[in-house]
Structure formats: C-alpha cells, structure tokens
Design a protein around this ligand. Structure first.
Ligand code: 26Q
Length: 818
C-alpha cells in the first residue's frame, strides 16, 4: 500500500498563510481576530515546524537505513537560544513568513520577542554544544544530541539594590512548540538496590537489582541544517515516575507516599544546576547524569541498530562524545550493558568501550574536576562502582607493568582518590576509557597534557589532541548581525555562511574607504539596535558616540571582572579627584553581563560592586556623561545576539592559564570588535590570526604566572608600588560606592590585598597601559574600522564547522553522509 510521503505546505506566502491559519484554528483553537500574541507565536512556530517535518522524517528514516557511523553527543547542557529565527533561516522561510504575517496584519518581530529561550545550560560549555549540533546538521554528519530536558533552565537574574536575586526560569509555561514528546519510547532507568553474583550455566556472572526506577521520556527537537534540507535530532530526557513503582506503594495503601514518590522521581529533570565550577557532589546531580546517559545509550542501542547487530562491531557505528565529565558515568553503563546484559566477556567489552568514547575537557581549574564519593556512588549505582573498581585495578596493573611499582605514580594516576574522602576522579575515568582526549584551545590542550594529566599523556602516547572551539556563523553572524551579513554577501557573494574562511576576502576591502564607511555604518546601526533593546528591556539610555566596551560572561574570579572594575574606578577617580579633566577622557560605555552561581558569595559581591560603581559613576555630574556603566540583568543568548554585534571592544582578561578557551572572544572578533586580552585560551589563536596590530595584548603569560607563584605572590606589594592602583582600591575601601559604608565591599578589598588567587593586582598596571593604547587607537576612527574589518576577515577559523571538521578528522572518523 503506497502511503503518500509527508511533503509539507507549499513554499509560498499563500501556502504559509493557509498553514498558519490552520494551526491557529486547529492547534490553538482560536480565530485570528480573537487570538492572543502567544497564540500567534505558537501557530507561527507550528507552521515553521510543518515545513521542516518532511525532511526530518526522511532524515530519521535515512539515519536508520544507511547504517553509517554516527556521533552521539552526550551533554548535560544545551544553551540553545531562541529557535524561531534560526529555524526560519535554515528553512529559507524568513521572507515568506514575514510577508505571510504581514498579510495577516501581524508584525513578525512582535512574535519573535515572545519566545522564551530554552536556557538549558550555564554558559560556554552549553552554548558550545548548541553550536556543535548546528554544525553537525549543516555538514550532514549523522548525529544525535542527547541531554536533559530541565523543567527549569538557568535562573532568571534580577537586581535588587544592586544585588543578584535568582528567579526560577519556567520556560515551558507558555507552551513549547519546538518539542515532540515520545512517551511510548520511554526508557526505564534503575537506581540503588544491590548487586549479586549468580551462576549462568557454569559461568559466574554479576547482575544489578535496582531498588527503584524512573521513566525517561524523550522529547525530540528539530536541528535543521543551514540551507541543506537536513534536519537532525536533539533528544532531551524528562523524568516521570514509574507506574510499576507507584503501584507497589499504592497497593500498600499509602496514597500520600505514592504521590510523594512521584515528585521524587520527577525531581531528576526538574532543574539545571547553576554552578559552572566547583561542583558540589550533590546526589541529585549524579542522578541527573546517570539518568540521561543511561537513557541515551539504551536508546541508541535499541533504535539505531538492527536487532541482529553484532555488538562486537559497535565502534564502526558510534562514537559517544563526552562533553566534559558530566556524562562519564556512561562508561561503566556501557560496560554493564555489554557484560551483564549482553553476556559479553569483560575484555571484549572493554576493548569495544575504549573505542566508543572520546572525552572533551573544558577546564584547568583543579576545583572544577568532578569527583564522586565512593560512598554515594555505591549507594546509587552499586554495580557501576564495582565496574569502575575493576577498570581501575586493570589500569593500575598495566601502569605497574610499564613503570614498575612506583607507588607515588600509582597513587597519582588512580581513578580512585583516597583523600579527602574516597572518591572517583571522573576525568581520569574518562581519560582511561576514551579513545581520544581533547582540550578546547591549543594552549589549553598543551597545559592539559603537561600540567593536569602528564602521567596519562606519557602512558597513552597519541591519545591527547586539541580541537579549538568554534561558534556557529549562522546564529552569531547571519542572525545576530544582519547588517554585517549583507555587507559581507555584497562584497564576497553568498557561501561564506558555510565556508567561513572565505571571510579572508574582506582583507582587500579593509583598504577601501568606501567599504570602511559602510562597515562603520553597520556598527553604528548595531549600536542603535542595542540601544533600542536596552531601552525597552531595562530602561537604559546608551550614550551616543561612546566606545562600547563589553565584558559578558559568567561571573568568576578567574575571569577577572574585578580587573575591569579597577579600570573603571581608576578612570572615575581621576576625574572625581580633579586630576584628569573629563573632557580628556575618551567617552566609553562599559557593558557588563554576568550571572553568578547562587552559592558563590564572592562572585555575588562583585556583581553588587559593579552595580554600585555604575550608580555612582553614572550619576556624578563631574563625569560629564563621558563614562557610563550599564549592567543589564539576566544576560542570556538572546541578549548576547544584540550586545556582541554592537561592541567596539571585547574584554577577554582572564588570568593566563585559567580560561580553557572562551567562545565569546570568537563571537566578538567575528563581529568586528577588537580584543583586549591576555595570552589565555583561544585568545592566543585569535591574536595570532588577526595580528598584533589588531589586538590589545596585556598581562603575564602562563609561564610568568607560574614563576610569580613559585617565587611567592604578595598582592600588597603591587598595591604599595602603584599609585593608581592604590587610589582605586582605597576609593572602593572608603565606602564611596556603598553610601559611606566601609564594610560592604571590605571582603573584596581584603581578598585582593591578601589573597588574590587570580593575580588581579599583578596584571593591573599592564591592563591600564593597554587601555591607554585602546583610547589612542580609538581616536583614529578610520584606522580602528580597518582593524575591525581585519578582525572579521581573519576569524573564519573560529567557525564551529571547522571545529567539527577537526573532530571528524582527529577523533570521530564519521564522514558526512550526503
Ligand atoms: C559540574 C558538576 C556539578 C554541577 C555543575 C557542574 C558544571 C556545570 C557546567 C561544571 C562546569 C560547567 C561549565 C563549564 C564551562 O562552561 N566551561 C567553559 O567551556 C567553554 C567551552 O569549551 C570554554 O570556552 C570555557 O573556557 C570554559 O570555561
């Protein structure tokens, strides 16, 4: 029987209107005349979906049929940003939809604003995952993203008296048109219980008898490739109580307990943990991790392989990419499935497992390396703990064989740490299990090999590699910077969006005064676009004609927002004291965006200080409006898309050796902002590419940082030695930004003077000097614009398409399937 394939509505304004009205009537149940803006937004989203559906169904079928090797990207976070515009762009529907809405008397822009972005990530790592799935779809690589469907994403930040207050992010309440739940494809995930040995026809085997189970329900999201007709899948898991489990309690007659058990189960996917470093070993977090990776592995084995598939060949079909250590519990889970459930021999299963995983590390901070206490793991996942022990025993035996009984080395390399409590080092487990281990920028990968995991590098030659991060030019250039995108297309023709190295062609245009004028006009227009958003969103008035100096990223001491604050306070103190005439100061607007982890007290104090400095500086008439500090709350992907294209100066000022890569730095360079930055993370590569003349370098290098630590760092020496620094710190300490109260920011001041782990004071002088060079350079607008064009022209390397190509070549070996 022939079944007509889904084709989707006709690609015309009429067709779009008809489909839109259908969705409004039949999905929302309203007439156009009585529809709310939210009804219209949802109907529009459904309509866009309908156009993508045929390709999606086709690609799902094809991925199963072709049996090519594919990537399962395992990530606890996907910081997607708004979907509507991206999906319109990918499907070439932007113009049709705009006209169709106009034909219905609707301004499509009004609907765009209604979408609540899925903020299912903390920052860089989550946004990287979102860029990667975009590139994978655009490059036709067989792949699925797997993750968690948090009911509450990253908290909504507000300020009360300058202090951060967190509010829950109920992103699902107005409807979620981009997702497709599949309760029929739910997986049962076990927890707790015990393990037992049994005799299977003369073979001694182990099994796990879980104490309780949870249902993992998949929600599918379309991931459309750009103009290539591909639609990949992002599958996020949501926790639902197991009815079988409930039934037992119901039967026992305890209704209330059964209902409580239900919320207990559903807590697993309730909320994203808002910490992005110094992870606390919280039980619920481990539950989340196991929940989503177990569901993902089972899903892949069940649905992507034919029933007669020989699991010995698994490495020919899949690579599970571990986005940091968060999904690493997948390693013992695959072992458990292969050995306990499929009856495979341990050695064979281990050989397969070691080819099926690869691990990306995103940090250098020792406190950010995940450890799970053996006690907790043993309670929650007893069989997995046994498996980890055996992996470790065999690994350490191999180390002994190679290096002899060097107990120091054995202790240092053991997956199980003994202090401060017995715990599993997840990064070590990932390194032992992974076919490859990569860092996320050249410098980071080098430090990873030399400083964090040197014994492993020696033991596994060839295992370590680098893949420098990238960002998707679809979202961060085409969508976020339409003016620049048109100008580039005008100059170079279409095609650069999927072949970003073509931006090199702009180098020649940097010498063309007419092009420079157009480029400068795009930047000016982007500033107006930002002003509009900040006016309606936050009631801010961005001053005209100012340099926009932007620092947007999570708040962390290592990222050194404090250094930026000291710069601002230095400028302000100069004017307020009368030593510097306001008229001699280059007009600047400083824009901050930053969320602090709710439990990170020092980070929250720094947020308070930035707001306090802003209030004082913005209100002081002596400044004559030449300095302005703006800190819009709740920085997210949507705001980033407006802020970054408007920026003149990109602040990338982490202490050298601390920022693994950074990806904001790339987005700014691609938007023509010049970077002021340290030799850290991918800044190093940006500077190499754009050239020293187009980058403001300052600060110690990583070896210099090491040397200063080794010799003994005394921040107060720097305070004593530098008058400008002393004045700035003294002004903060004086209570000038806290209504005369010296205690408010005292902890920040003493931390800087007596601890200063991230060497803010040591880099202060160099930073101030670099900022003076920025001022001088900005005075020549035309030369600045030239540099700005060269930044764009030379940043094509930072497309996430290039990152994905590197992953394919160095790690995955999964060619595109066209
Ligand atoms: C772990 C366990 C428990 C709770 C939270 C976490 C957790 C969650 C998120 C730990 C870390 C993160 C996020 C880390 C992150 O975003 N790292 C950044 O990754 C970027 C992409 O590679 C890099 O560019 C940044 O340099 C790096 O800081």
């Amino acid at each position: 029987l022939a079944v007509a394939p889904v084709t989707g509505p006709p690609s015309s304004v009429d067709g779009f209107v008809r489909e839109f009205l259908n969705n409004l009537n039949y999905e929302q149940g309203v007439a156009l005349s009585s529809s709310s803006p939210n009804d219209r937004y949802l109907a529009l989203a459904y309509t866009v979906r309908d156009y993508l559906m045929a390709r999606w169904l086709e690609d799902q079928r094809r991925q199963r049929e072709v049996q090519a090797k594919g990537v399962c990207y395992l990530s606890a976070e996907y910081l997607l940003g708004r979907q509507l515009d991206n999906n319109l762009l990918a499907a070439r529907l932007t113009d049709i939809a705009t006209e169709a809405m106009a034909a219905c008397g609707i301004d499509i822009d009004d609907l765009r604003q209604l979408e609540v972005e899925p903020g299912l990530g903390n920052g860089g790592l989550g946004r990287l995952a979102a860029c990667f799935i975009d590139s994978l779809a655009t490059m036709s690589v067989p792949s699925t993203g797997y993750g968690l469907r948090y009911e509450y994403g990253i908290f909504r930040q507000t300020f009360v008296d300058g202090e951060q207050i967190e509010q829950p992010d109920a992103w699902l309440t107005l409807g979620s048109p981009w997702e497709f739940p599949h309760p029929e494809a739910a997986q049962t995930i076990g927890f707790g219980g015990y393990t037992e040995k049994y005799d299977d026809e003369g073979v001694a085997r182990s099994r796990w008898v879980p104490g309780w189970t949870v249902q993992a329900v998949p929600y599918n999201y379309m991931v459309p490739g750009y103009h290539n007709g591909r639609v990949n899948t992002l599958r996020l898991w949501s926790a639902v109580a197991s009815s079988a489990f409930d039934l037992r309690i119901f039967n026992a007659g305890d209704y209330a307990e059964a209902v409580r058990a239900q919320t207990f189960a559903e807590n697993i996917s309730k909320v994203l943990y808002p910490e992005d470093s110094t992870p606390q070993g919280k039980e619920l977090r481990l539950q989340q991790q196991y929940f989503f990776v177990a569901a993902s592995i089972h899903d892949f084995l069940e649905h992507s392989l034919s029933p007669d598939f020989d699991l010995a060949n698994l490495p020919d079909r899949v690579i599970f990419q571990l986005n940091d250590t968060h999904p690493v519990i997948a390693v013992p889970e695959l072992m458990r499935v292969l050995v306990d459930e499929k009856g495979m021999k341990w050695d064979a299963a281990w050989a397969i497992t070691q080819q099926c995983f690869a691990y990306t590390c995103h940090t250098l901070l020792p406190e950010a390396l995940e450890m799970w206490s053996v006690d907790l793991l043993g309670r929650l996942l007893p069989r997995h703990l046994e498996i980890i022990y055996r992996i470790n025993d065999e690994f350490l035996a191999a180390v002994r064989e190679r290096f002899g009984d060097d107990e120091m080395r054995i202790r240092n390399m053991s997956i199980i740490a003994d202090f401060p409590e017995r715990s599993v080092r997840m990064a070590f487990l990932a390194t032992v299990a992974g076919a490859k281990v990569n860092g996320v920028a050249e410098l980071h990968s080098q430090l990873l090999r030399e400083k964090v995991l040197p014994d492993f590098d020696e033991f596994y030659p060839g295992k370590f590699t680098n893949v420098t991060n990238g960002v998707t030019p679809r979202r961060f250039v085409r969508l976020a910077n339409p003016g620049l995108a048109s100008l580039i297309t005008e100059a170079l023709g279409a095609g650069w969006t999927v072949d970003l190295e073509r931006l090199r062609g702009l180098e020649a245009f940097a010498e063309d005064p007419e092009f420079r004028a157009k480029f400068a006009e795009v930047k000016a227009a982007n500033k107006r676009r930002l002003s509009d958003v900040l006016r309606t969103r936050d009631g801010f008035e961005v001053s005209d004609g100012h340099m926009l100096d932007v620092m947007v990223k999570r708040l962390h001491e290592y990222k050194r927002q404090m250094l930026k604050v000291l710069h601002i306070v230095t400028l302000y103190e100069g004017i307020a004291s009368g030593r510097v005439a306001a008229a001699d100061v280059q007009p600047r607007t400083f824009i901050f965006g930053a969320k602090a982890a709710p439990g990170y007290v020092m980070a929250k104090r720094i947020i308070h200080l930035i707001n306090a400095v802003g209030s004082v500086v913005n209100a002081d008439p002596r400044v004559e409006g030449r300095l302005q500090v703006l800190f819009p709350p709740n920085y997210n992907v949507t705001l980033a898309e407006r802020v970054i294209p408007a920026a003149d100066l990109s602040e990338q000022i982490s202490l050298a050796g601390k920022e693994a890569s950074g990806t904001g730095n790339m987005k700014f360079a691609l938007s023509g902002a010049l970077t002021i930055g340290t030799d850290d993370g991918a800044n190093v590569e940006i500077r190499q590419l754009v050239g020293d003349d187009n980058f403001f370098l300052f600060g110690m290098t990583e070896p210099e940082v090491e040397a200063l630590w080794a010799k003994g760092y005394k921040p107060s020496d720097f305070y004593q030695a530098d008058e400008g620094l002393r004045r700035a710190i003294d002004l903060i300490a004086s209570g000038a930004f806290s209504g005369g109260d010296r205690s408010t920011f005292e902890p920040i001041v003493s931390n800087l003077l007596y601890d200063d782990r991230f060497m803010v004071l040591a880099d202060y002088a160099s930073y101030i000097a670099a900022q003076a060079r920025v001022d001088a350079a900005y005075a020549d607008q035309d030369a600045w614009t030239r540099s700005s064009i060269l930044n764009v022209a030379r940043s094509g390397f930072f497309s996430s398409d290039r990152s994905i190509r590197d992953y394919i070549d160095r790690i995955w070996h999964t060619p595109p399937v066209l």
